[in-house]
Design a protein around this ligand. Sequence first.
Ligand code: SAM
Length: 250
Amino acid sequence: MTRPDAPDLPNAPRPSASIRVDVLTLFPRIFEGPLRESLLGRAIERGLVDVGIHDIREHTHDKHRQVDDYAFGGGPGMVMKPDPIFEAVEALGEGPKRIVLLSPAGRRLDQDLVRDLAHEPWLVLICGRYEGVDERVAAGLPAEEISIGDFVLAGGEVAALVLLEAVTRLVPGVVGNEESLSSESFESSTLDSPHYTRPRDFRGMSVPDELLSGDHALIQQWRHRAATEKTRRNRPDLLPPEQRGSQGPR
Ligand code: SAM
């Protein structure tokens, strides 16, 4: 796989990676820092995830390299043209791609969808800008629209990074202690239980005795109870109705 449009990004070919992700964007440089640092940077470095960043503008053919145009029917703002996006996808080559268009009007991303995406061998993430993307991209490629939440960002790049990081954490070998994944929030009907580290006493707040007891069964019981309480307080909607109790002020 070649990455002609962003050779300085950490996206050298990784034939053994268990997932390939190609991102199509008008702002490739937004990805430079996040793809070099921390979990994502290490996963790419170790060849566990193969990420390619592609500039949609490279797939224009006019003098001004135009990627957007006025909206038919009028209205404010510009709309991203379909043709450079179709060409950018086609330039990736044949293969079983799952194509995602980041969009506030899409299906909302949650951990079930993240798990589902993490099983794919190849994801293509299309980042919109301006008023959005010509509807024929979603309909014609086709591309499934995914939103990272009920709010509007200026562009799809940060949303693509959110999705990419969530998916990458589930790729085998990326998170050192895979046991920690199974107790996380959204893996069951409760959120993760609270965590504590040293010091034992901090500004008048102490670590619960149960966690210091060394009694594994007691610790498990405490974690289960604390996770349920926290879920009731912060996200009662995740609990079965009979466990929700009174929600109190939020
Ligand atoms: N006019 C669009 C609307 O109201 O639905 C908003 C366009 S937004 C300013 C520009 C781009 O940012 C979108 O095409 C999309 O790629 C991205 N974007 C904004 N909010 C997002 C969200 N919550 N989830 C995913 N992508 C988002």
